[in-house]
Design a binder for this molecule. Sequence first.
Ligand code: AP5
Ligand code: ZN
Length: 217
Amino acid sequence: MRIVLVGPPGAGKGTQATRLAEKLRIPHISTGDLFRANISRQTELGKLAKSYMDAGNLVPDEVTIAMAKDRMEQPDAEGGFLLDGFPRNVSQAEALDELLQTEGIKLDAVLDLEAPEDEVVKRIAGRRVCREDSAHVFHVTYSPPQQEGVCDACGGELYQRDDDSEETVRTRLEVYHTQTEPIIGYYRAQGLVVTISAMGPVDEVTERALEALKSGK
Ligand code: AP5
Ligand code: ZN
């Protein structure tokens, strides 16, 4: 399957993408994680991306699209993929369409995760991420690690993302509404959007997502 995951910052895209990718046996491709990996390796791309990310703004399309294209062309993505955080505006969606068209392939669904603003703000404020593996995500109240600051899965250090400060979160939410939400209309016109609530326990949301993908609504 080829799926795009969309939803406001903190809705649980990364959390659900990890689970869905495992169940559906497709790679989880997160442009946010790819940028963060570049930042920690101190590449030129990482240096460029960091200034935009820290301010809560989108990284320019040109570099984002090239990075996403390169990742989607890796052999493990041949049979399908789950895109998390890409596309993030209509021009990225158009670029993705073009790319898929050249390959003669199509998206199967756009999974839209809905969560109210006060909930996503709480989720982001308490989020802690593992330095060793970005798939290891915790929350100080909702899914606390056994030992404060230490990843249960691998013992790595847990940290708070630089862009999770209150001020940056406000910008990210605004950017989501003005730039990313329009892609839902874009994909609705193609009949691809399935919307589910991202509220409730993580496992229930995963079940809801799998059901929705199966039934297409
Ligand atoms: P990105 O990394 O994509 O961040 P985001 O979209 O803002 O989303 P988040 O990672 O904040 O949240 P999430 O929905 O994945 O939530 P999570 O599962 O962690 O992008 C970061 C930046 O990179 C952008 O601002 C931009 O600068 C740049 N960028 C990335 N892609 C780009 C693109 N295509 N173009 C241009 N720029 C781009 O969950 C959040 C918390 O809630 C966790 O603590 C989790 O444990 C908890 N939680 C999850 N589910 C539940 C639940 N059901 N109940 C209770 N708690 C839950
Ligand atoms: Zn870890």
